[in-house]
Design a protein around this ligand. Structure first.
Ligand SMILES: Nc1ncnc2c1ncn2[C@@H]1O[C@H](COP(=O)(O)OP(=O)(O)OP(=O)(O)O)[C@@H](O)[C@H]1O
Length: 742
């Protein structure tokens, strides 16, 4: 476990989930597992004696598979028997020309497995890569190389066709079906060259997302993007039936990053460079070393959350590959291409693991004479052949080093960029396997022989047990999966049941994770919808309430004003009455005749004024009453609204309650499934021990058989040499006789 001290800046919403849907399915599995456990316990006690010895044998030799190209007439030059390919050397071949005896030469090559011309892409992926990809998901590094003559089907094996996808698209689909990553998650932990991670700040996350977006935008036309999308979706449809991997431990951090480079004329170019030009114009990348890791300086790693995104990035890189036609293969790839997937997994920023898987599609080995290469093409061919021969030399010296139990490795890794980058894998320190592609056509017989000899050497390299993961659970899980790889299918005891149980668990896990995802999406949508509606209503109501309160304030103000006016008018009225009384008193002393007409006029005037004032007061009183009624009405409306809001709030609380109950339910179901899976693994642990003992015996038997074949071959070669010497002796005698006669 590497460690860094940064604070983790974000929540990891890309955690994956396991959830049981139907408890009855689960209990069936439990029953099946229990049955298998009993069978195994019986078998286990009978082979316990040989167990400790087989436990020690953890390392295995490099898996080298042979794939024979389909749709090419399979002449009588080659025959396949089990995992051994026999080649009858034709008269036109270089080897036959050297042989003066006119004897039929048969050469035999053994492989981990031979895939005949009718092998499907699915079968090939299943046997060669699936387990390695699962190891990778669990934290082990891995590499897969395709090797062979130009046109033998290396790219077909690695990439495939839209209708029949190859190993990389299948691996991407497999990875993203096995681990469920939230498609909307943001990049948080970027893998660094020294094997550590960089915790990305919000602004750096934005930059990473823009880089990815830049690639999608640059994908020439949107039609092209759509085409890739259709291809991947139809592939997903085809692969829907295949089981997904069962991963025991899903840490909260799970991020996938991809990169894609080509080594062309011994220069490294980034295939994910947007607007990259062909040839010399592109930026050449350099190799750096950090903590014994070789890495490419400045190579782009793109953050992906779905298989489709990763596939589109692969297609973008393929578009940038240097293609040029040769006489052997009109679409020959002239560079070694390395598509890498990096997986960052961990519990937090201090407990994490970065695993890497390299898919290397090597450029085709070819004879320049045969391909009639000239100029640039010839230069390309010579660089390709040089780097492949360095690869051969490296593998040869690693094998020698391992044979001599030496720690000093003199392999010329630095002689080519390819071997420099694959150094760790080629030394057997990583999970590595190789697929040798071969076309059975007689024209490429000699080139095929070279590839076959190379594969024989490579096969003897010992691959160490993949580096253990920090988590004990993961380690245990890998061991369990190895036991499955070690031949669970041909297991005499309870293999079928185990296989069935494994498929059920895989299917169940997939179904559950799909259901979980759907359910989470619906739940989130529902909650956000409700929250949105509630907020809208709340805003409207708040606005209405504020308006009503403003209206009330305004009415209150106008009421106050009217009250003030009324009291002023009353005051004025009183004043007038007083004045009137004063006038009446002063006038009473005057003579009645003189003043009668004047007082009458005054009274009339005062009466008019009084009447007007009374009218005004009445009007104002009416207005005040009306305003008071409006205020009462508005206040009761506001009360109603408050009540309504209260009800809405209660409803939302209830919904939140239901949501959290449902989430609790999901959590419980997840725990139940985890228990079932753990039981299953324990059982598989026991089964593994049995299988190792069984395989050890089979392996010893194979070794003896191999030795026998080798001895036979040596005997043949010895006989050939004797015959040659005999021939030379005869020639010498003849020439001597001729000399004597002369
Ligand atoms: N197993 C197969 N079944 C059917 N067609 C195949 C098979 N293998 C290869 N082909 C076809 O043969 C042609 C050449 O294959 P491919 O491009 O994969 O060769 P290659 O080894 O990658 O060559 P190079 O090294 O020159 O790039 C392609 O058209 C491919 O579809």
């Amino acid at each position: 476990m590497a460690g860094i001290n940064n604070q983790f800046p974000c929540s990891f919403n890309q955690a994956s989930f396991l959830r049981a849907r139907d408890p009855s399915i689960l209990s069936w599995n439990r029953h099946a597992i229990e049955k298998v456990r009993c069978n195994l316990a019986t078998e286990f006690s009978s082979v316990r004696s040989g167990d400790s010895e087989s436990q020690k044998k953890k390392d295995e030799t490099l898996n080298v598979y042979l794939r024979i190209k389909g749709r090419v007439p399979f002449g009588d030059l080659y025959t396949i028997e089990d995992n051994v390919l026999s080649c009858i050397v034709p008269a036109s071949s270089q080897a036959a020309k050297l042989n003066r005896q006119n004897r039929i030469i048969i050469k035999k090559f053994s492989f981990s497995k031979i895939f005949g011309p009718h092998t499907t892409q699915d079968e090939l992926f299943d046997v060669t890569v699936r387990e390695k990809v699962l190891d990778f998901i669990n934290g082990a590094n891995g590499s897969l190389l395709t090797y062979g003559v130009s046109g033998a089907g290396k790219t077909y094996t690695m990439i495939g066709t839209p209708g029949d996808p190859g190993i990389i698209p299948r691996a991407l689909n497999y990875i993203f079906r096995t681990v469920c990553i939230n498609p909307n998650s943001r990049p948080c932990c970027k893998p660094m060259p020294n094997g550590k991670i960089e915790i990305l700040s919000r602004s750096k996350q934005e930059v990473e997302l823009q880089v990815r977006q830049g690639i999608f935008k640059d994908q020439s036309t949107s039609a092209e993007l759509l085409k890739h999308e259709r291809t991947f979706l139809s592939m997903q449809n085809t692969l829907k039936v295949t089981p997904v991997g069962v991963v025991d431990f899903f840490p909260p951090i799970f991020e996938v990053w991809v990169s894609f480079v080509e080594i062309y004329n011994e220069n490294i170019f980034d295939l994910l460079e947007v607007n990259s030009n062909r040839g010399q114009q592109r930026t050449k990348l350099q190799i750096g070393t950090s903590h014994r890791n070789t890495y490419i300086k400045g190579v782009k790693h793109i953050f992906v959350t779905t298989g489709l995104e990763a596939y589109q990035i692969l297609q973008f890189g393929l578009h940038n590959i240097s293609y040029a036609s040769t006489n052997l293969n009109m679409h020959s790839s002239r560079a070694h291409c390395i598509f890498s997937i990096k997986l960052v997994s961990g519990n937090n920023c201090e407990e994490y693991n970065v695993s890497n898987f390299n898919f290397c599609d090597l450029a085709g080995s070819e004879r320049m004479k045969k391909t009639l290469n000239e100029g640039d093409r010839a230069k390309e061919s010579s660089k390709i052949n040089t780097s492949l021969s360095v690869l051969g030399r490296c593998i040869r010296s690693v094998r020698e080093m391992q044979k001599n139990n030496s720690d000093i490795c003199s392999a010329p890794f630095r002689d080519s960029k390819l071997t420099q980058l694959l150094q760790q894998a080629l030394q057997g320190k990583e999970n590595i396997c190789m697929i040798v592609n071969m076309s059975p056509s007689p024209e490429t017989f000699d080139e095929n022989q070279q590839a076959l000899i190379f594969s024989t050497i490579a096969q003897e390299v010992v691959v160490k047990e993949p580096k253990a993961n920090p988590s004990q659970l993961q380690g245990a899980f890998r061991t369990f999966r190895q036991s499955l790889t070690n031949g669970l299918c041909e297991n005499d005891f309870s293999g079928d049941e185990l296989k069935e149980a494994r498929n059920d668990i895989a299917r169940l896990t997939l179904e559950m994770s799909e259901m979980k995802q759907n359910f989470e999406i619906i739940l989130d949508q529902e909650t956000s919808h409700l929250r949105k509606n509630y907020n809208i209503i709340l805003n409207i109501k708040t606005e209405q309430l504020a308006e009503a309160q403003q209206e009330i304030e305004r009415l209150k103000k106008s009421n106050n004003y009217l009250e003030k006016t009324r009291s002023e008018l009353h005051w004025k009225l009183n004043k007038l009455e007083e004045q009137q009384e004063t006038i009446v008193l002063s006038d009473s002393e005057q003579e009645d005749e003189e003043n009668s007409s004047f007082s009458t006029r005054k009274e009339d005037k005062v009466g008019d004024i009084e009447e007007q004032h009374l009218l005004q007061v009445k009007l104002l009183e009416d207005k005040i009453k009306r305003l008071e009624a409006i205020i009462r009405e508005k206040e009761s409306e506001a009360d109603d609204r408050r009540l309504h809001d209260e009800e809405n709030r209660k409803r939302l609380d209830e919904l939140n309650c239901t949501n959290s109950e449902l989430r609790d339910e999901i959590r419980k179901l997840e725990l139940t499934l985890h228990d079932a899976v753990r039981d299953y693994y324990e059982l598989e642990e026991q089964e593994k021990s049995l299988r190792i003992a069984f395989n050890d015996l089979t392996a010893r038997n194979c070794v003896l058989e191999d030795k026998n074949i080798l001895l036979m071959q040596e005997l043949d070669e010895y006989r050939n040499r004797c015959l040659l010497q005999q021939q030379e002796l005869d020639d010498l005698k003849n020439s001597n006789t001729e000399d004597i006669i002369n």
